[in-house]
Design a protein around this ligand. Structure first.
Ligand SMILES: [Zn+2]
Ligand SMILES: [Zn+2]
Length: 433
């Protein structure tokens, strides 16, 4: 174990190594070394099936892992840390069941694609055996003196910012959203002074359509399509977006048959188990009761033939039942596709937006349906990022989790505001004295 020991009379140093998510989205992993070595997140590159660019975890000697949230770009490589040693894995209560579901799904996808994951089932088991769930606001103190707590990040169920307190205070925002959504209240800044902050930069320089306006437009377009006897396919991310769409459709008074399919169903079940982590659990329950879960092939076939709304995974259409709906609806032609989130480079969703062929198992096909995209996002906008940095007011800011342009732009904007800001590259280390 390589620790930064404090010699008598010396100031404690904190060293941060940016193992991933440095001028890119994916592989969020930060090693923080002081009296104890802590790994903040351990994600994978989401569109890299072979995981050829994993951080070199075999060389990492961490004493504990702290996960900000369940998304695989923050948690996907975590089991690989448990190959050779077992350490406590801290996460909020809902994060563990969510992440277990996502790891299971990764395994299924790997088997289907005949690829290998960088860890085995035993490593996943070892991690879950060492899981230490914690609530927002609770504080854990290591023997060495470092304390940490989770603060609501407003991004997905159980998403957290990580506040480390020692001689220096470090805030890692993870993915965060300050504007409230139907599911979550906005992220809150810590109520203690912060020396350094690792912050996401995903939407630096970009603004989102205001939620109210966006929700209204979405509901109007859905109603109009259903009134014209169309089957509206709503590809949605399993964690959060799918459930949010249910709530938006109900509160917008959309009169239509609403179906949910794919992994979103299991996630909805987990979400219902943690009402304290949802902004309005009653409204969620009511919206879930208003929709029907697709359980059989017959239901799937029937839903694809009728006017109505089908919310299904995967959100970027790279797998899951949404593809069989897309195939069926494309063939009868009486439908539309309403995308509800970001479509990554190389994804089927991106191909659809460009008018390229969509890849199904073993073949590709041109989609002849109207396509619309709605900018629902679980991330803060560019102006919200700047506002948040000013509110937290740290001396140092490290801009991560964005493409190179976004990370550098946010660092530049923060420098102009007087912060000591930078956009580190993968492998870079900094010392905070
Ligand atoms: Zn996320
Ligand atoms: Zn992320």
């Amino acid at each position: 174990m390589v620790c930064y020991k404090k010699a008598r009379g010396q100031t404690l140093h904190v060293k941060i190594t940016f193992l991933g998510a440095a001028q890119q989205v994916g592989q969020s992993a930060f090693l923080v070394q002081s009296e104890i070595n802590l790994m903040l997140d351990c994600g994978m590159k989401v569109h890299d099936a072979n995981q050829s660019e994993l951080p070199h975890l075999e060389r990492i000697r961490a004493d504990a892992l702290i996960l900000s949230h369940a998304h695989l770009d923050h948690s996907g490589a975590a089991p690989a840390l448990y190959k050779n040693h077992a350490i406590p894995a801290f996460a909020t209560f809902p994060t563990m069941p969510l992440v277990s579901l996502l790891w299971e799904d990764s395994e299924k996808i790997a088997i289907l694609n005949k690829t290998a994951l960088p860890y085995g089932r035993k490593d996943v088991q070892r991690l879950t055996q060492h899981a230490m769930p914690m609530d927002y606001g609770a504080q854990y103190q290591f023997y060495e003196g470092t304390k940490f707590s989770f603060i609501d990040a407003g991004h997905i169920l159980g998403s957290a910012q990580i506040l480390l307190e020692n001689k220096k205070t470090l805030l890692y925002t993870g993915d965060f959203k300050t504007e409230p959504t139907r599911l979550h209240a906005g992220a809150k800044a810590p109520d203690v002074p912060v020396d350094a902050m690792i912050m996401e930069s995903t939407y630096a320089g970009k603004e989102h359509t205001p939620r109210k306006e966006l929700e209204k437009k979405f509901c109007e377009e859905v109603q109009d399509a259903v009134d014209h006897d169309l089957t509206v396919l709503v590809p949605a991310f399993a964690v959060g977006r799918a459930q949010e769409m249910l709530m938006i459709l109900q509160s917008g008074g959309v009169d239509a048959d609403i179906w949910m399919d794919g992994m979103a169903k299991a996630v909805t079940g987990i979400m219902m188990d943690y009402p304290a982590y949802v902004r309005n659990a009653k409204a969620l329950k009511s919206a879930v009761q208003d929709c029907r879960f697709v359980e059989t092939h017959e239901q799937r076939r029937a839903a694809a033939r009728k006017p109505g709304v089908i919310i299904s995974t995967s959100g970027m259409m790279d797998g899951g039942p949404i593809l069989s709906y897309l195939k069926a609806v494309n063939h009868h032609g009486k439908g539309a596709v309403f995308l509800t989130g970001y479509q990554g480079e190389g994804s089927n969703g991106e191909a659809l937006l460009k008018g390229d062929k969509v890849r199904f198992t073993g073949y590709a096909e041109k989609i002849r349906l109207p396509i619309k995209q709605f900018d629902f996002s679980g991330h803060s906008s560019g102006s919200e990022l700047l506002k948040y940095a000013k509110e937290v007011d740290p001396e140092y800011v490290y801009c991560v989790h964005g493409d190179d342009e976004s990370c550098r732009l946010l660092a530049q904007q923060l420098k102009e505001e007087g912060f000591n800001a930078s956009a580190p590259k993968a492998g870079d280390s900094v010392d905070i004295a």
